[in-house]
Design a binder for this molecule. Structure first.
Ligand SMILES: C[S@@+](CC[C@H](N)C(=O)[O-])C[C@H]1O[C@@H](n2cnc3c(N)ncnc32)[C@H](O)[C@@H]1O
Length: 361
């Protein structure tokens, strides 16, 4: 048998034990992930927060579950290094776990994002995707999908977009304070468009999304917040009515999801005022695959792409299929300049997951 270790750009090596450990580690990860999902759904982490060392009996009583099953779950969690083991079958949730596993309002909260049984549906769809080449739009993700990551998006809008990012864009904050017309394409759950509408009451905000579930969700929230300066449309960004003069356009984490990003970019070019600004947030990545290999979460990013981003971007015949890491600075600048924009500036707001671009005519 020949080895390609000498010619490989990166090599997994040829130690069968090490390779076996890698593979079994993913098998273990699959199971631990399911048990994190379960622990969140059953309220185990919440019940342990700030409680000090607990026994299975105490946790079972607090959560109304069966003690023997709770004990096995606790042992698994300690074995997975998610809980401290305090001896005598007592287990403790460490303080470092609170933001990630307990506090649903915290920007680092991730326990609610484990797919659980939803993974089976994802996999089922992937068989069809691989066979036909066609992916699934966000709309096909149903109303549930429109809520995914909602809390994180609100945190990003309230803590980053409004106080740090908009003020860094030349002249934009002053226009929004004075009264401007702004557009959020691919507004998703509406965190950005609603936070902006709330912050700048003199301005009008239009949110559009290709998923009717997203648009419905944002409509409900806009009403709850009592906002009367928001207008929502179920539409494709490529179909913007030409000639509408927007002062400010945002596309946040969505160009790489689009089947026709060039058409959407052309539509933005046609609808932005001569002195208007287009602000883009997209996934932090580098043009060449090998230059991304140091990203410790790279495999997960490709998983998101297969199950969500690239799937959406391939959801129509001939879809561009950029995918999660596809709208990197090189691609972004090329597409944007090809559309006729001349001013392209990259902002690095020290967000480990995303890069930002300020574009003008
Ligand atoms: C990853 S979500 C981002 C949502 C939101 N901007 C945020 O930052 O949380 C991508 C959104 O883009 C929408 N989308 C994809 N293609 C679109 C298109 N061509 N026109 C409008 N919306 C689109 C999807 O329906 C989805 O809601």
């Amino acid at each position: 048998m020949t080895s390609n270790i000498d010619t490989a750009v990166t090599s997994v090596g040829d130690d069968p034990r090490r390779y076996g450990f890698t593979v079994w580690n993913y098998r273990q990860g699959e199971i631990v992930a399911a048990m994190i999902y379960l622990g969140n759904e059953l309220g185990f982490y919440k019940a342990m927060a700030g409680a000090g060392p607990v026994t299975a009996g105490e946790l079972a009583q607090r959560t109304g579950q069966h003690e023997r099953w709770v004990l096995e779950w606790l042992r698994l969690q300690a074995a997975a290094k998610l809980l401290d083991y305090c001896g005598d079958e007592r287990f403790q949730l460490p303080d470092v776990a609170i933001n990630l596993l307990v506090d649903g309002e915290h920007k680092s909260f991730v326990a609610g994002e484990f797919a659980g049984p939803g993974m089976a549906d994802n996999l089922q769809r992937l068989f069809e995707n691989f066979r036909t080449g066609l992916g699934n739009s966000y709309e096909e993700g149903g109303p549930e999908g429109a809520h995914r990551g909602e809390c994180r998006h609100w945190q990003a809008a309230r803590n980053d977009l409004i106080p740090r990012m908009i003020p860094a864009l030349a002249g934009v904050e002053a226009k929004l304070n004075a009264g401007a017309l702004a557009l959020d394409i691919g507004c998703g759950d509406g965190a950005a468009v609603l936070a902006m509408a709330d912050t700048y009451p003199n301005s009008r905000f239009v949110g559009i999304d290709a998923s009717r579930h997203a648009v419905a969700l944002v409509g409900v929230k806009a009403a709850e917040m009592g906002l009367d300066n928001v207008e929502l449309h179920h539409a494709d960004g490529a179909d913007l009515p030409g000639g509408t003069a927007y002062d400010f356009v945002v596309t946040l984490d969505c160009i790489h999801d689009m089947t026709r990003p060039e058409a959407v970019i052309a539509a933005i070019k046609g609808s932005l005022k001569p002195d208007g600004t287009w602000f883009i947030k997209d996934i932090r990545s580098k043009p060449r695959f090998e230059d991304n290999l140091r990203n410790p979460m790279l495999a997960m990013m490709y998983g998101f792409s297969l199950m969500s981003c690239m799937s959406s971007a391939m959801s129509e015949p001939g879809g561009a299929g950029l995918g999660t890491l596809g709208f990197n600075p090189e691609v972004a600048e090329r597409m944007i300049r090809e559309a006729g924009f001349t001013q392209f500036q990259m902002h690095d707001f020290k967000d480990p997951g995303n890069l930002y671009y300020e574009v003008r005519h």
